[in-house]
Design a protein around this ligand. Structure first.
Ligand code: SAH
Length: 393
């Protein structure tokens, strides 16, 4: 058997506290000459084994543990990981025909995301070793899950930190064309090969329904609506009116087509939400009962957190100004670099400036098919708050 290279990890590194990542600065010494993208052994200072990890010296996170045991990235390894991922989702009652089957470290596959849309899998392999293993991962998906198509959407800018090229295309099967999905009984057509992101915001699917439950008879504004997930769920639930805005023409065209396809009444507009909210707030009117704010991550790094919070506050302040007394603000933060506490404090700040009082009616999170490991905080990113802007007493 080939002797695996080893990394000796410094005491007090995060791996001793339940995390699976090793930063460059946490390596005391390297034994052997590990290849970038290979599997290495991790050991503590006294040579006790800590498991096996994938290695990429180009990344600041230069090793990510894949197992407490000895493993190699072969078909059997991926088949076992996929079986566990499927079993977890089945035990949570998640419909496998529309779900995130693999969520990176939370499923023991660092950097790997697999979304299932019926028999079609869309994958991302955002670490060097997993990128090199993508053909094996695809074969395991066919063998274990029975998918017909595997599409890679390796077009996330975060790949730069691992030195990986952007790439998307078919790995298995042929172009499925438009794929129909029906979350919450609403039909969407997705273009998995070149739609935005992985095609659909699966993390929000349960939240569409939770918000829609409050929409009956309400005048709804869905800012950052993408292809209309919240807006259409609200229209279906009997909202009095629904308006969605997004800066992407492609997203708004899709949202309009989705409304027509489902016979739902909603209007959609291509606009910058910051501008629209400013204009509405300046009018001094309060034309909405339910406003959804689901912006993209304003902070892509911790150093941008303050700037991001200023942006978040601006849209919250304006949204609160145009919300009728007793109205609902459903707001989501998908930036991992902003904590729930910071986001909550920002919302309170905005409310103080808007002379409103907020009542926290519910907290939302990413759907359970994006599991969270508290020992690896990076597995959690979506924080949602459902506020009621209570009338002054
Ligand atoms: N709520 C959607 C997902 C929103 S993702 C859903 O669950 O399906 C964030 C969206 O914000 C993207 O569609 C992006 O096009 C849009 N966006 C980004 N910047 C914007 C801006 N300044 N104004 C309006 N939309 C914006």
């Amino acid at each position: 058997m080939v002797r695996m290279a080893s990394l000796i990890i410094r005491p007090r590194a995060r791996i001793f506290h339940g995390h699976d990542w090793v930063y460059q600065t946490e390596i005391e010494r390297t034994i052997g000459d590990p290849e970038p993208g290979s599997v290495v052994t991790l050991k503590d200072r006294r040579q006790r084994p800590l498991g096996t990890a994938i290695y990429n010296p180009q990344s600041v996170i230069c090793a990510r543990r894949i197992s407490r045991r000895r493993e190699s990235l072969d078909l059997d390894f991926f088949a076992r990981r996929l079986r566990r991922a499927r079993n977890l989702r089945e035990s949570l009652g998640i419909d496998l025909s529309l779900c995130r089957l693999v969520w990176c470290e939370a499923d023991g596959l660092p950097g790997v995301v697999v979304d299932l849309y019926g028999p079609h899998a869309v994958i991302q392999t955002n670490t060097l070793a997993m990128d090199l293993a993508r053909e094996t991962i695809s074969r395991a998906l066919v063998a274990e899950i029975g998918v017909e198509t595997v599409i890679e959407r390796n077009d996330s800018p975060s790949r730069k930190s691992e030195g990986l090229p952007m790439r998307s295309g078919l790995l298995v099967g042929s172009d499925p064309g438009p794929v129909a999905i029906r979350p919450g009984g609403i039909e969407y057509h997705l273009n998995l090969l070149d739609g935005q992101k992985t095609g659909f915001y699966l993390d929000q699917v349960d939240n569409f329904e939770a918000v829609a439950n409050l929409a009956k008879g309400a005048r709804v504004l869905d800012c950052f609506c993408n292809q209309g997930g919240f807006a259409l769920a609200c229209a279906k639930a009997g909202a009095a009116s629904v308006h969605g805005i997004d800066i992407s023409t492609e997203a708004i065209e899709a949202a309009r087509a989705n409304a027509t396809r489902n016979g739902l009444q909603a209007t959609f507009e291509v606009a910058n939400a910051f501008d629209t909210l400013r204009t509405l707030a300046d009018s001094g009117e309060q034309p909405y009962d339910l406003i959804i704010l689901d912006p993209p991550p304003f902070a892509r790094a911790r150093k941008n957190a303050n700037e991001a919070l200023r942006g978040y506050k601006e849209i919250h302040l304006r949204a609160l100004k145009i919300l009728a007394p007793g109205g609902i603000l459903a707001t989501y933060c998908c930036s991992h670099h902003i904590t729930a506490e910071e986001y909550l404090a920002m919302a309170v700040d905005a409310a103080v400036d808007a002379k409103k009082t907020l009542r926290l009616a519910a907290r939302h999170s990413q759907r359970a098919d994006h599991p969270i490991l508290p020992s690896i905080p990076e597995t959690e990113y979506l924080k949602g708050f459902l506020f009621q802007s209570i009338a002054a007493w």
